[in-house]
Write a protein that binds this ligand. Structure first.
Ligand code: XMP
Length: 318
Protein backbone atom coordinates (compact mmCIF):
# COMPACT_ATOMS: atom_id res chain seq x y z
CA UNK A 1 0.00 0.00 0.00
CA UNK A 2 3.02 2.26 -0.14
CA UNK A 3 1.72 4.02 -3.26
CA UNK A 4 -1.70 4.69 -1.83
CA UNK A 5 -0.22 5.91 1.45
CA UNK A 6 1.68 8.46 -0.53
CA UNK A 7 -1.34 9.22 -2.65
CA UNK A 8 -3.30 10.11 0.48
CA UNK A 9 -0.55 12.38 1.81
CA UNK A 10 -0.15 14.12 -1.53
CA UNK A 11 -3.87 14.63 -2.04
CA UNK A 12 -4.26 16.14 1.41
CA UNK A 13 -1.50 18.65 0.62
CA UNK A 14 -2.84 19.37 -2.83
CA UNK A 15 -6.40 19.97 -1.64
CA UNK A 16 -5.21 22.19 1.19
CA UNK A 17 -3.33 24.37 -1.26
CA UNK A 18 -6.09 24.45 -3.83
CA UNK A 19 -8.80 25.37 -1.34
CA UNK A 20 -6.92 28.03 0.60
CA UNK A 21 -9.41 29.97 2.73
CA UNK A 22 -12.45 29.00 0.64
CA UNK A 23 -15.31 26.68 1.51
CA UNK A 24 -16.04 23.26 0.04
CA UNK A 25 -19.41 21.54 -0.31
CA UNK A 26 -19.85 17.79 -0.48
CA UNK A 27 -22.91 15.55 -0.73
CA UNK A 28 -22.54 12.35 1.24
CA UNK A 29 -24.70 9.29 0.67
CA UNK A 30 -23.34 6.86 3.21
CA UNK A 31 -21.59 4.91 0.48
CA UNK A 32 -17.88 4.09 0.57
CA UNK A 33 -16.81 6.72 -1.96
CA UNK A 34 -18.44 9.78 -0.49
CA UNK A 35 -17.68 8.70 3.09
CA UNK A 36 -13.99 8.23 2.28
CA UNK A 37 -13.93 11.56 0.51
CA UNK A 38 -15.53 13.28 3.51
CA UNK A 39 -12.83 11.90 5.81
CA UNK A 40 -10.03 12.84 3.41
CA UNK A 41 -11.36 16.38 3.13
CA UNK A 42 -11.80 16.69 6.88
CA UNK A 43 -8.10 15.81 7.27
CA UNK A 44 -7.14 18.33 4.62
CA UNK A 45 -9.30 21.34 5.38
CA UNK A 46 -11.27 20.67 8.58
CA UNK A 47 -14.31 22.91 8.98
CA UNK A 48 -13.91 24.54 5.62
CA UNK A 49 -15.77 21.43 4.49
CA UNK A 50 -19.55 21.25 4.75
CA UNK A 51 -20.88 17.76 4.11
CA UNK A 52 -24.58 17.41 3.38
CA UNK A 53 -26.53 14.22 3.81
CA UNK A 54 -29.99 14.40 2.28
CA UNK A 55 -32.40 11.95 3.84
CA UNK A 56 -34.86 11.36 1.00
CA UNK A 57 -36.77 8.76 2.98
CA UNK A 58 -35.68 6.01 0.59
CA UNK A 59 -32.90 4.65 2.80
CA UNK A 60 -32.56 1.34 4.58
CA UNK A 61 -33.02 0.86 8.32
CA UNK A 62 -30.23 2.43 10.36
CA UNK A 63 -28.36 3.81 7.35
CA UNK A 64 -28.62 7.49 8.15
CA UNK A 65 -27.94 7.00 11.86
CA UNK A 66 -24.87 4.83 11.30
CA UNK A 67 -23.22 7.09 8.79
CA UNK A 68 -23.97 10.36 10.50
CA UNK A 69 -22.76 9.11 13.87
CA UNK A 70 -19.54 7.91 12.29
CA UNK A 71 -18.87 11.13 10.37
CA UNK A 72 -19.71 13.36 13.31
CA UNK A 73 -17.45 11.34 15.61
CA UNK A 74 -14.64 11.95 13.18
CA UNK A 75 -15.27 15.66 13.36
CA UNK A 76 -16.75 16.08 9.90
CA UNK A 77 -18.87 19.20 9.67
CA UNK A 78 -22.03 17.34 8.70
CA UNK A 79 -25.51 18.64 8.01
CA UNK A 80 -28.35 16.12 7.84
CA UNK A 81 -31.38 17.34 5.93
CA UNK A 82 -34.69 15.64 6.55
CA UNK A 83 -36.42 15.85 3.15
CA UNK A 84 -38.51 12.71 3.52
CA UNK A 85 -41.92 14.30 3.15
CA UNK A 86 -40.88 16.36 0.21
CA UNK A 87 -39.65 13.36 -1.79
CA UNK A 88 -42.61 11.14 -0.93
CA UNK A 89 -44.98 13.91 -1.92
CA UNK A 90 -43.31 14.30 -5.31
CA UNK A 91 -43.29 10.55 -5.86
CA UNK A 92 -47.01 10.17 -5.28
CA UNK A 93 -48.68 8.56 -8.28
CA UNK A 94 -45.37 8.09 -10.14
CA UNK A 95 -45.12 4.60 -11.64
CA UNK A 96 -42.77 4.85 -14.60
CA UNK A 97 -39.17 3.95 -13.57
CA UNK A 98 -37.49 6.72 -15.56
CA UNK A 99 -39.97 9.26 -14.28
CA UNK A 100 -39.20 8.12 -10.73
CA UNK A 101 -35.49 8.60 -11.32
CA UNK A 102 -36.07 11.99 -12.87
CA UNK A 103 -38.26 13.18 -9.98
CA UNK A 104 -35.76 12.02 -7.37
CA UNK A 105 -32.76 13.50 -9.20
CA UNK A 106 -34.52 16.81 -9.67
CA UNK A 107 -35.66 17.00 -6.07
CA UNK A 108 -32.18 16.12 -4.84
CA UNK A 109 -30.57 18.94 -6.80
CA UNK A 110 -33.27 21.30 -5.50
CA UNK A 111 -32.61 20.45 -1.86
CA UNK A 112 -28.88 20.62 -2.40
CA UNK A 113 -29.04 24.04 -4.07
CA UNK A 114 -31.16 25.47 -1.25
CA UNK A 115 -28.66 24.29 1.33
CA UNK A 116 -25.73 25.60 -0.68
CA UNK A 117 -27.35 29.02 -0.85
CA UNK A 118 -28.11 29.05 2.87
CA UNK A 119 -24.70 27.89 4.01
CA UNK A 120 -22.40 29.34 1.39
CA UNK A 121 -20.74 30.88 -0.37
CA UNK A 122 -18.91 27.79 -1.58
CA UNK A 123 -16.21 27.98 -4.18
CA UNK A 124 -15.73 24.24 -4.54
CA UNK A 125 -17.84 21.14 -4.89
CA UNK A 126 -16.13 17.85 -4.02
CA UNK A 127 -17.29 14.67 -5.72
CA UNK A 128 -16.33 11.03 -5.28
CA UNK A 129 -16.20 10.40 -9.01
CA UNK A 130 -14.29 7.21 -9.89
CA UNK A 131 -12.50 6.29 -13.09
CA UNK A 132 -15.27 3.98 -14.35
CA UNK A 133 -17.73 6.91 -14.00
CA UNK A 134 -15.40 9.06 -16.07
CA UNK A 135 -15.16 6.42 -18.80
CA UNK A 136 -18.85 5.71 -18.75
CA UNK A 137 -19.90 9.30 -19.13
CA UNK A 138 -17.30 9.82 -21.87
CA UNK A 139 -18.75 6.82 -23.66
CA UNK A 140 -22.30 8.07 -23.38
CA UNK A 141 -21.29 11.56 -24.54
CA UNK A 142 -19.97 10.05 -27.74
CA UNK A 143 -23.08 7.93 -28.07
CA UNK A 144 -21.12 4.72 -27.61
CA UNK A 145 -23.27 3.39 -24.84
CA UNK A 146 -27.02 3.41 -25.18
CA UNK A 147 -28.67 4.97 -22.18
CA UNK A 148 -30.27 2.26 -20.10
CA UNK A 149 -31.09 4.15 -16.95
CA UNK A 150 -30.74 7.70 -15.76
CA UNK A 151 -28.32 7.14 -12.94
CA UNK A 152 -28.69 9.46 -10.06
CA UNK A 153 -25.62 9.63 -7.90
CA UNK A 154 -24.35 12.05 -5.31
CA UNK A 155 -21.20 12.13 -7.41
CA UNK A 156 -23.18 13.30 -10.41
CA UNK A 157 -24.46 16.73 -9.51
CA UNK A 158 -24.89 18.87 -12.61
CA UNK A 159 -22.26 21.35 -13.71
CA UNK A 160 -24.86 24.13 -13.81
CA UNK A 161 -24.42 24.43 -10.05
CA UNK A 162 -21.39 26.48 -11.03
CA UNK A 163 -18.75 25.23 -8.60
CA UNK A 164 -15.16 24.35 -9.25
CA UNK A 165 -14.80 20.59 -8.85
CA UNK A 166 -12.53 18.64 -6.52
CA UNK A 167 -12.43 15.01 -7.60
CA UNK A 168 -9.45 13.28 -5.98
CA UNK A 169 -10.62 9.77 -6.91
CA UNK A 170 -11.05 10.51 -10.60
CA UNK A 171 -8.35 8.07 -11.66
CA UNK A 172 -9.08 5.37 -9.10
CA UNK A 173 -11.09 2.19 -9.03
CA UNK A 174 -13.41 1.12 -6.24
CA UNK A 175 -10.96 -1.32 -4.64
CA UNK A 176 -8.38 1.48 -4.40
CA UNK A 177 -10.89 3.73 -2.68
CA UNK A 178 -11.57 0.89 -0.24
CA UNK A 179 -7.82 0.73 0.50
CA UNK A 180 -7.68 4.48 1.03
CA UNK A 181 -10.62 4.13 3.40
CA UNK A 182 -8.57 1.59 5.36
CA UNK A 183 -5.55 3.90 5.43
CA UNK A 184 -7.81 6.66 6.79
CA UNK A 185 -9.04 4.34 9.54
CA UNK A 186 -12.64 4.01 8.38
CA UNK A 187 -14.32 1.02 10.09
CA UNK A 188 -14.62 -2.25 8.20
CA UNK A 189 -18.41 -2.23 8.32
CA UNK A 190 -18.51 0.95 6.34
CA UNK A 191 -15.81 -0.14 3.88
CA UNK A 192 -17.60 -3.43 3.18
CA UNK A 193 -20.88 -1.68 2.44
CA UNK A 194 -22.46 -2.80 -0.79
CA UNK A 195 -23.23 -0.24 -3.50
CA UNK A 196 -26.65 1.33 -3.01
CA UNK A 197 -28.41 3.28 -5.77
CA UNK A 198 -28.91 7.02 -5.41
CA UNK A 199 -32.71 6.74 -5.82
CA UNK A 200 -32.60 4.18 -3.02
CA UNK A 201 -35.50 1.90 -2.24
CA UNK A 202 -37.68 3.74 -4.77
CA UNK A 203 -36.22 1.64 -7.59
CA UNK A 204 -36.84 -1.52 -5.55
CA UNK A 205 -40.54 -0.86 -5.10
CA UNK A 206 -42.06 -1.56 -8.45
CA UNK A 207 -44.94 0.78 -9.13
CA UNK A 208 -45.93 3.59 -6.80
CA UNK A 209 -43.76 4.31 -3.76
CA UNK A 210 -45.74 4.73 -0.55
CA UNK A 211 -44.72 4.87 3.10
CA UNK A 212 -46.44 1.52 3.75
CA UNK A 213 -44.53 -0.19 0.96
CA UNK A 214 -41.27 1.39 2.10
CA UNK A 215 -41.87 -0.05 5.55
CA UNK A 216 -42.48 -3.57 4.16
CA UNK A 217 -39.37 -3.40 2.01
CA UNK A 218 -37.16 -2.01 4.79
CA UNK A 219 -38.12 -4.86 7.05
CA UNK A 220 -37.57 -7.50 4.38
CA UNK A 221 -34.23 -5.93 3.51
CA UNK A 222 -33.08 -6.01 7.11
CA UNK A 223 -33.92 -9.72 7.47
CA UNK A 224 -32.15 -10.53 4.22
CA UNK A 225 -29.02 -8.65 5.27
CA UNK A 226 -28.97 -10.19 8.74
CA UNK A 227 -29.06 -13.69 7.30
CA UNK A 228 -26.77 -13.23 4.32
CA UNK A 229 -24.06 -11.61 6.45
CA UNK A 230 -23.76 -14.89 8.34
CA UNK A 231 -22.73 -16.69 5.14
CA UNK A 232 -18.97 -17.27 4.97
CA UNK A 233 -18.96 -16.13 1.34
CA UNK A 234 -20.65 -12.81 2.09
CA UNK A 235 -17.55 -10.88 1.00
CA UNK A 236 -17.82 -12.28 -2.54
CA UNK A 237 -21.22 -10.69 -3.00
CA UNK A 238 -21.52 -7.43 -4.93
CA UNK A 239 -25.09 -6.72 -3.86
CA UNK A 240 -27.86 -8.51 -2.00
CA UNK A 241 -31.27 -6.91 -1.68
CA UNK A 242 -35.03 -7.34 -1.64
CA UNK A 243 -37.49 -6.01 -4.21
CA UNK A 244 -41.18 -5.44 -3.48
CA UNK A 245 -43.35 -6.55 -6.38
CA UNK A 246 -46.60 -4.77 -7.14
CA UNK A 247 -48.70 -7.94 -7.03
CA UNK A 248 -50.44 -9.90 -4.34
CA UNK A 249 -50.80 -13.66 -4.27
CA UNK A 250 -52.88 -16.05 -2.23
CA UNK A 251 -51.35 -17.88 0.71
CA UNK A 252 -52.24 -19.40 4.03
CA UNK A 253 -51.01 -17.99 7.32
CA UNK A 254 -52.09 -19.80 10.47
CA UNK A 255 -55.46 -21.23 9.51
CA UNK A 256 -56.42 -18.32 7.36
CA UNK A 257 -56.26 -17.38 3.74
CA UNK A 258 -53.91 -14.48 3.11
CA UNK A 259 -53.65 -12.22 0.10
CA UNK A 260 -50.35 -10.38 0.35
CA UNK A 261 -47.33 -9.01 -1.52
CA UNK A 262 -44.40 -10.92 -3.06
CA UNK A 263 -40.74 -10.15 -2.28
CA UNK A 264 -38.05 -10.98 -4.83
CA UNK A 265 -34.52 -11.57 -3.57
CA UNK A 266 -31.61 -10.50 -5.77
CA UNK A 267 -28.05 -11.53 -4.89
CA UNK A 268 -25.33 -10.92 -7.48
CA UNK A 269 -21.59 -11.08 -8.03
CA UNK A 270 -19.93 -8.44 -10.15
CA UNK A 271 -16.59 -6.74 -10.79
CA UNK A 272 -17.87 -3.29 -11.60
CA UNK A 273 -21.66 -3.43 -11.89
CA UNK A 274 -21.52 -3.46 -15.70
CA UNK A 275 -22.17 -7.19 -15.88
CA UNK A 276 -23.28 -9.49 -13.08
CA UNK A 277 -24.14 -13.08 -12.27
CA UNK A 278 -26.71 -14.32 -9.83
CA UNK A 279 -25.09 -16.07 -6.86
CA UNK A 280 -25.69 -19.74 -6.05
CA UNK A 281 -26.61 -19.13 -2.45
CA UNK A 282 -27.19 -22.37 -0.51
CA UNK A 283 -30.86 -23.30 -0.22
CA UNK A 284 -30.78 -23.46 3.56
CA UNK A 285 -29.86 -19.77 3.68
CA UNK A 286 -32.44 -18.78 1.09
CA UNK A 287 -35.05 -20.91 2.85
CA UNK A 288 -34.35 -19.24 6.17
CA UNK A 289 -34.61 -15.80 4.61
CA UNK A 290 -37.95 -16.71 3.01
CA UNK A 291 -39.33 -18.20 6.22
CA UNK A 292 -38.32 -15.24 8.32
CA UNK A 293 -39.70 -12.68 5.86
CA UNK A 294 -43.07 -14.40 5.56
CA UNK A 295 -43.33 -15.15 9.29
CA UNK A 296 -42.20 -11.81 10.61
CA UNK A 297 -43.82 -9.42 8.16
CA UNK A 298 -47.56 -9.06 7.93
CA UNK A 299 -48.23 -8.13 4.32
CA UNK A 300 -45.81 -10.53 2.63
CA UNK A 301 -46.67 -14.18 2.07
CA UNK A 302 -44.34 -15.24 -0.74
CA UNK A 303 -40.61 -14.91 -1.54
CA UNK A 304 -38.95 -15.71 -4.89
CA UNK A 305 -35.28 -15.75 -5.94
CA UNK A 306 -34.06 -13.93 -9.06
CA UNK A 307 -31.97 -16.27 -11.26
CA UNK A 308 -31.10 -13.74 -13.95
CA UNK A 309 -27.66 -12.49 -14.95
CA UNK A 310 -26.87 -9.01 -16.25
CA UNK A 311 -27.29 -8.89 -19.18
CA UNK A 312 -30.10 -9.47 -20.02
CA UNK A 313 -31.52 -8.17 -16.72
CA UNK A 314 -30.04 -5.15 -14.97
CA UNK A 315 -29.01 -5.49 -11.33
CA UNK A 316 -31.79 -3.25 -10.00
CA UNK A 317 -35.31 -4.03 -11.14
CA UNK A 318 -36.04 -0.49 -12.29
P1 XMP B 1 -28.04 -1.61 -12.92
O1 XMP B 1 -29.38 -1.75 -12.27
O2 XMP B 1 -28.02 -0.49 -13.94
O3 XMP B 1 -27.08 -1.15 -11.78
O4 XMP B 1 -27.53 -2.90 -13.47
C1 XMP B 1 -25.67 -1.19 -11.86
C2 XMP B 1 -25.13 -0.71 -10.53
O5 XMP B 1 -25.45 0.66 -10.33
C3 XMP B 1 -26.26 0.83 -9.19
N1 XMP B 1 -27.27 1.83 -9.54
C4 XMP B 1 -27.15 3.13 -9.23
N2 XMP B 1 -26.20 3.78 -8.52
N3 XMP B 1 -27.39 5.77 -8.83
C5 XMP B 1 -26.35 5.11 -8.31
O6 XMP B 1 -25.52 5.71 -7.65
C6 XMP B 1 -28.37 5.18 -9.55
O7 XMP B 1 -29.31 5.82 -10.01
C7 XMP B 1 -28.24 3.78 -9.75
N4 XMP B 1 -29.01 2.87 -10.40
C8 XMP B 1 -28.38 1.67 -10.26
C9 XMP B 1 -26.88 -0.53 -8.91
O8 XMP B 1 -27.23 -0.66 -7.54
C10 XMP B 1 -25.75 -1.43 -9.34
O9 XMP B 1 -24.75 -1.53 -8.34
Amino acid sequence: NWNLDRFVEEKIEEIREQVGENKVLLAVSGGVDSTTLAVLLQRAIGDKLTAIFVDHGLLRIGEKEEVSRFLKDLGVNLVVIDARERFLEKLRGVIDPEEKRRVIGHEFVGVFKEEARKRGPFKFLAQGTLYPDVIESAASNTGMAAKIKTHHNVGGLPEELGFELIEPFRYLFKDEVRKIAEILGIPKDIIRRQPFPGPGLAVRILGEVTEDKLELLRRADRILMEEIKKWDKYDEIWQSFAVLLPIKTVGVKGDFRSYEYVIAIRIVKSEDGMTANFVEVPYDILGKIARRITNEIIGINRVVYDLTDKPPATIEWE
